[in-house]
Design a binder for this molecule. Sequence first.
Ligand code: ZN
Ligand code: ZN
Length: 456
Amino acid sequence: MLDNTNITFWSGLRTIGGTIISVEHGMDRILFDFGELFQTQRLFSKGKKIRANRHTSDLLKLQALPAIEGIYGRRALHDIPLVPFEESTQQTAVCISHLHLDHIGSIMHLAPELPLYMTDEGKELYAALYELKLPGSERLPDRIQGVKPGETVKIGEAIEVTFVGVDHDIIGAAGMLVKTPDVKVAYTGDLRFHGMNRQKSMAFVEKVKQFEPDLLITEGTALREDSELVPLLDYPDDLRQEEQVGSEVAAHLSKTDGAAFFNWYERDVMRLKILIEAAQAAGRQVVLEPESAYLARRFHIEHPFLVYMPYDLSNEQYIWESRLPNVEWISKDTLSQHAAMYFIENRFERLFELLDFPLEHSLYIHSNGTPLGPFDPDYEKLLSFLDSIGCQKIDIFCSGHATANHLKWLVDEINASYVVPLHSFHPEKLQPAHGTRLLPEPNETFRFRKGMLQPE
Ligand SMILES: [Zn+2]
Ligand SMILES: [Zn+2]
């Protein structure tokens, strides 16, 4: 069955995240990524309560979830006129590139029986997040199918998907190669070329080149309005690489004699190792919150750390002590009395913990923890809180996303017939040297006809 592949770009085209794309051939279909749109959070701020049993249908009405047939359960749809999963004759699977909320944050709305695929490492991380009840893990992990890097899974009769590892600021991230009888599509997910595992992204590019995709769908996070792109894997001085994060953190810690705190994104295990090493270099010990300690143990971080019990978990002491049998605990009193000896984790939800420490000459190192930046409504609250207690905030992070030049290098190197940049505020800035660049509108469908990708 040639000329029978439809590709629909549902969302995430001019935003960072919320990418949802479907590739369909006959009765077979895959969707890739099913993240949360940031607009969703804005709808719920300031006391507007989610109606638990109407959550999915309410979001569909607000267009904060895409109106896709056959993926939502009958009970979740209520009066929404979409074919429920139970009545769909299509064979559908959802593939997840990685576990950032903008790629996975809406999976709770999918019918529970809908097959979900991700890398084995992603699945392991998911299981840990589920156990800790962290956001984005609301679905039972045993319904998720793990895929080895390089492994190909078949969806229905006609679609094959291969997960290929990439370097991003989270473990288990992958891009995808999607093959139907008439079309080959490559999707980068989120990736970078300046992290510690950049060779993974380089190998991904090689794999995609061999695959010779008709269509390349690439992230474009770093594209700016004033980007002047040169197709180069360059490393200018103002590009902070992952290796530099450690030395800069150590330098700041060495300069202060006050309490020092940090906020990291608890899915980036590599960053945790770097922060522990930086603390050691500055003569301090890292003190983790119990959730992070659990992840560190589960992902075999051998670096030394202490653990403290924040106020909100004090009723669960027994649970945490049995969950973390071989860690060294430290009391908050000891921490507070000798604050300058430690480098203490503090996630945004626990900002009030800072009030228990001496705050003179204190530092708060924001290292890609949430809220990530000004586009998150909570970011302003973080700044005002730290300001009000006189704690100096310093940003030391390394982006998980390819620079604008690296993106240009990637699309020229792969040289696909069609390129769709998305996951970007300025996708129009990425123009491939050859091939046709498309900027689809939300919900727009394209069909391949005789090798040409045309709007449906
Ligand atoms: Zn993303
Ligand atoms: Zn990401």
